[in-house]
Design a protein around this ligand. Structure first.
Ligand SMILES: [Zn+2]
Length: 293
């Protein structure tokens, strides 16, 4: 799933391509992807893109006072198309296309635009067309942006106090608590901070707090810096090749060489290094131990 650094880079890339361009029309291929009905999708026809920004993991294409907010979910992506087909897409459950933004041509016969795609059978890519981003509940309820200058170590300390005994992993990736961090970067941040994903939020001493804050800021800043200037098509590979533990179960930890372990849940999994993060002890994997009984 694209998280803060990838969505930030996507917004930057799309801003360069879309700003000042008129939208000819938006074609919906996956009807369930559109979550709003007023204003209708057709209200975007003829609007001009003013900006492309990000709120947490949401992309925001702002056009003539309207906002197209896109949550890419797990398998969603954006693909810039130099030459779109002349015919509108046929809705099909087999197609990965969710929606297509067709730009008005700047030269004759030009058909540039954007495809919003989603891989996998579980379709959860969400498109909202609104007049104000805060009309979308999941945007209105977002926690602070972790790379904003206001997000100081004191802000993190107060969040962790409020979250009490909740586990760090869950606190970091909860969008209403901190915006933009998901399953991958929460693994990476905890690895960089040398902390167990299960550590209770309010159990950090001052030195640990500093370590977590530094890990959070540097992990995200580094990922944003690496992603800047990359096109949408290059971002996924970039992310994957720079992760230390996330998605790397069974491989050696880049810091200590121990084997990266995994804990599986119903619909996700986390990865960590026992030597770096849990005093050498593997975390209990409840699903696995149940299977082994
Ligand atoms: Zn390690």
């Amino acid at each position: 799933m694209p998280e803060l650094p990838e969505v930030e880079a996507l917004a930057l890339d799309l801003r360069g391509r879309l700003k000042g361009r008129a939208i000819a029309t938006v074609q919906l291929a996956q009807f369930s992807a559109l979550k709003t009905f007023d204003p209708p999708l057709s209200a975007l026809d003829g609007t001009v893109v003013d900006d492309v920004t990000r709120h947490g993991k949401f992309l925001d294409v702002e056009a003539s006072g309207l906002h197209v907010l896109v949550h890419l979910a797990r398998g969603g992506w954006v693909r810039w198309r130099e030459e779109l087909p002349a015919l509108p897409p046929k809705p099909s459950p087999k197609s990965t296309l969710a929606a297509r933004i067709v730009l008005a041509p700047e030269v004759a016969d030009e058909r540039q635009g954007l495809d919003l795609t989603e891989a996998g059978t579980k379709k959860s890519l969400a498109i909202h067309v609104v007049r104000d981003p805060r009309e979308v509940e999941r945007v209105a309820s977002l926690g602070p942006e972790p790379l904003a200058p206001e997000f100081t170590q004191d802000v993190l300390a107060s969040i962790l106090r409020t979250e009490g005994r909740k586990q760090l992993k869950g606190v970091l990736r909860h969008q209403g608590t901190i915006a933009g961090i998901g399953n991958a970067y929460s693994d990476e941040i905890l690895w960089a901070a040398k902390m167990s994903p299960y550590k209770p939020a309010n159990s950090l001493d001052e030195a640990e707090l500093t370590r977590l804050y530094t890990a959070l800021r540097s992990t995200l800043t580094d990922a944003v810096t690496r992603s800047e200037g990359l096109a949408a098509s290059e971002l996924k590979g970039e992310k994957k090749s720079n992760l230390a533990v996330h998605g790397r179960a069974g491989q050696p930890c880049p810091a200590c060489g121990d084997t990266v372990r995994e804990v599986s849940f119903a619909d996700s999994s986390l990865q960590y290094c026992p030597t770096c993060q849990t005093g050498g002890k593997p975390l209990a994997d409840r699903r696995l131990s149940r299977l082994l009984k």
